[in-house]
Design a protein around this ligand. Structure first.
Ligand code: ADP
Length: 267
């Protein structure tokens, strides 16, 4: 029997910041986050199951931008790029799971590209049989953003932000916690405007206004990080929290169900 499930997504921006010019881990932040997860896990493990998902950050962004494989496999060389991108994501996953295991979490590397099919860049099928059984054993599956098989174009990118809500719905999760590098969802990208105000709650009542804010912020932020994240969350019923993983103990508190600064999404 599985217990109520918490899905924790650790943003790539936290553990492998996109400003780096080559694959680089921010070990200081990673170690502190894994310690927080380990400490909260000890307290909740008898009552809850945990799934961790991490982003790719500079382990994914750089090679994908350079090779263009998110648009598909267009040459023989792209096959090497596809394979090398997956290998790099595995490498980051080994580093993350090693730190989690050191902190007493039975972190089980889970390669989503072995279970998922994409269609024109969107997740089309994700077979959850294995992850459900893994949860029954009590391990903590640790999935991550990956280049995955696309039935139209050979390859596209299955991001951690897409895996999290998909699994939340399929596994009937209790909550999703998104740890990123800003305090939550703002009226505009807080890294680009001092006028940005934190939106504490997203509900049906303010949904239209929020969508307007997000499309405005996406106009400035070409990668549309937060827009993608939130628009995926808005397609599901699971309660979600978006919080700042750079701030000490916020991940731990959220895992323990304590109120904390950030944005709550409850539709
Ligand atoms: P992660 O790698 O943690 O998943 P992303 O880089 O995908 O994070 O998304 C987070 C980034 O989105 C923030 O660093 C922020 O600069 C940007 N962003 C754009 N618009 C907004 C907004 N309206 N509110 C908050 N963050 C925003």
């Amino acid at each position: 029997m599985t217990k109520p499930i918490i899905i924790l997504k650790i943003g790539g921006s936290l553990i492998a910041p996109k400003t780096a010019k080559k694959p680089t881990v921010d070990f200081k932040t990673l170690k502190r986050i894994c310690m927080e997860i380990g400490s909260a896990y000890k307290k909740i493990k008898n009552k809850k199951n945990l799934v961790v998902i991490h982003g790719a950050g500079n382990f994914g962004h750089l090679i994908v931008a350079r090779t263009g494989i998110h648009r598909g496999i267009k040459s023989e060389k792209n096959l090497i790029d596809f394979a090398e991108t997956q290998r790099l994501q595995n490498q980051l996953n080994v580093i993350v799971t090693k730190e989690l295991i050191k902190n007493g979490v039975p972190a089980f590397p889970f390669q989503s590209s072995g279970h998922a099919l994409m269609k024109k860049g969107k997740l089309s099928k994700f077979s959850t049989g294995a992850i459900k059984e893994l949860l029954k054993t009590g391990v903590v599956p640790v999935a991550y953003g990956v280049p995955a098989c696309d039935i139209h174009q050979g390859c596209s990118i299955l991001s951690g932000d897409e895996i999290a809500p998909y699994l939340a719905e399929k596994l009937n999760a209790e909550a999703i916690i998104h740890a990123t590098d800003v305090d939550g969802v703002f009226t505009i990208d807080p890294k680009k405007s001092r006028k940005a105000r934190l939106i504490r709650k997203i509900t049906r009542a303010n949904l239209k206004r929020i969508k307007r804010c997000l499309s405005e912020s996406a106009a400035i932020d070409v990668t549309g990080g937060m827009k993608e994240k939130v628009s995926k969350l808005l397609t599901m019923k699971t309660k979600a929290f978006i919080l700042n993983g750079r701030k000490r103990n916020l991940i731990k508190h959220a895992m323990l169900g304590k109120a904390t600064r950030g944005t709550v999404v409850k539709l």
